[in-house]
Design a protein around this ligand. Sequence first.
Ligand code: DX5
Ligand code: ZN
Length: 224
Amino acid sequence: MPEILPSILSADFAHLGEQVALVEAAGCRMLHVDVMDGHFVPNLTLGPPVVRSLRKVTKLTLDVHLMITDPDRYAPLFIEAGADQVSVHQEVCPHLDRTLRMIQGEGAKAGVVINPSTPVSTLEEVLGVADFVLVMSVNPGFGGQKFIPYTLDKVRRLAALRRDLGLKFAIEIDGGVTQDNIGDVIRAGVDWAVAGASVYGKSDPAAAYQALQQEANAALAVRV
Ligand code: DX5
Ligand code: ZN
């Protein structure tokens, strides 16, 4: 079953626990947590203390997306704070194999992220190591941006590689996912779709989450 992952980047940080409880009560299973360091991306968000606080109030799988230049240093701190899965950007990991194995060794699922301009081919060797691959469908740094359509070709290529190589990594997409494109996203091969503005930017986040999840489930029924 495909999963919609609400991104707390668009949530009301003054009421974070309540905002998370809203989607959890609506049936959500995974939550996306965006970590930005002001270096890798031109924005700043949150650190391990926020993950630790979230861990205390929710059973949702915490999917921590590290948009930071030094994930080797900080990934263990996020895992210790309660992250279930951590993704790192290919663009900042010269020893990507080592970084992914380090995350797994610390007890979390390990994901690798590629920016829109980073080719899928840069990942071919580590596809058997990573637990999941996150395809950015916007340039990272901000919520509420427009979906970049060519990133769906990258998803299709990854799905084909997964099939041809007999691998099991999950495919995640992040950025600009809406009710209008979620069907195409799932049909292209995405398992986990992040949605920030289309959930927490709406007046009723629970209903917005459910509408996206329903559309995703319906699209999976026709995926080949
Ligand atoms: C962007 C972040 C995304 C962001 C997506 O840099 O990585 O996770 O929250 O937000 P929307 O869905 O609004 O594009
Ligand atoms: Zn993200």
